[in-house]
Design a protein around this ligand. Structure first.
Ligand code: PMT
Length: 219
């Protein structure tokens, strides 16, 4: 059906900021609300897709008709994405995945003691880059949240992570990025000129991202 171009196709979307535990009462996270990912889930559902939303956000309401897989850590998100990947047509990594996690997750609350405390972090695997190296038919969309050299870093991520599209966010702009209701992005694709999407609601931006992905997928 022309109006439902994603009918019978599975779209996997990650959303929110992962939480990396330090001890039972403390964690490391970031400012991602999940709004961009949830907007993409609604947009994909409206195009007829079977949407699987892998979310580290606990505050947003699950959109009607979307299946939710709640996760907390980057490792849990990675596992959940892996399980869905083979049968996915499109994967969209809009989550803000923690680059590092504490080396140890302590079972007991850390007691206040010395004047200084050193917390050792280890690197999380890059989910998008792993998918890029494994992909077959999947159309892979990543994001890039940057504060400087947006074009250079976004193009770097497109190549290095073998994505089909990178949606670049200049998160230093007042109406873009973490926890806002609006966004302003530039889309980078292999062998295409960059496409700038001016300030709009995250819902409208999500619809534009999917419309552009669809044109590229059928090329
Ligand atoms: O959730 P909101 O409040 O609505 O905010 C939306 C957003 C700003 C979080 C979103 O638009 C966005 O930019 N998401 C990506 C944030 C991010 O982690 O960007 P990055 O440049 O650090 O990572 C690049 C890409 O690699 C991203 O697709 C990310 O999901 C992915 N990644 C990163 C690290 C990691 N270990 N695994 C990954 O897959």
């Amino acid at each position: 059906e022309p109006n439902l171009p994603l009918k019978n196709k599975k779209v996997v979307i990650t959303a929110g900021g992962t939480k990396e535990r330090i001890d039972p009462v403390r964690y490391i996270t970031n400012d991602s609300s999940g709004k961009m990912g949830y907007s993409l889930a609604i947009a994909a559902r409206n195009l007829g897709a079977d949407v699987c939303l892998i979310s580290a956000s606990k505050t947003l309401q699950t959109p009607y008709g979307v299946s939710l897989i709640p996760v907390e850590t980057a490792q849990q998100m990675h596992h959940a994405v892996d399980v869905e990947f083979d049968t996915a047509s499109i994967v969209i990594m809009s989550a803000a995945v923690s680059d590092y996690r504490p080396e140890q997750v302590l079972n007991e609350k850390i007691k206040k003691n010395e004047q200084e405390m050193i917390l050792k972090l280890v690197k999380n695997k890059d989910i998008l880059a792993t998918l890029g190296s494994q992909k077959k038919h999947q159309f892979l969309i990543g994001f890039a949240a940057e504060t400087t050299n947006v074009e250079e870093y976004a193009k770097g991520k497109l190549v290095k992570k073998k994505a089909d599209m990178i949606v670049a966010n200049d998160v230093s702009k007042p109406h873009a990025g973490f926890n806002k209701d609006t966004n302003e992005v530039t889309i980078f694709m292999v062998d295409e000129e960059p496409v700038e999407l001016s300030v709009n609601s995250k819902q409208a931006i999500a619809e534009e991202i999917l419309a552009i992905a669809l044109t590229k997928m059928t090329k």
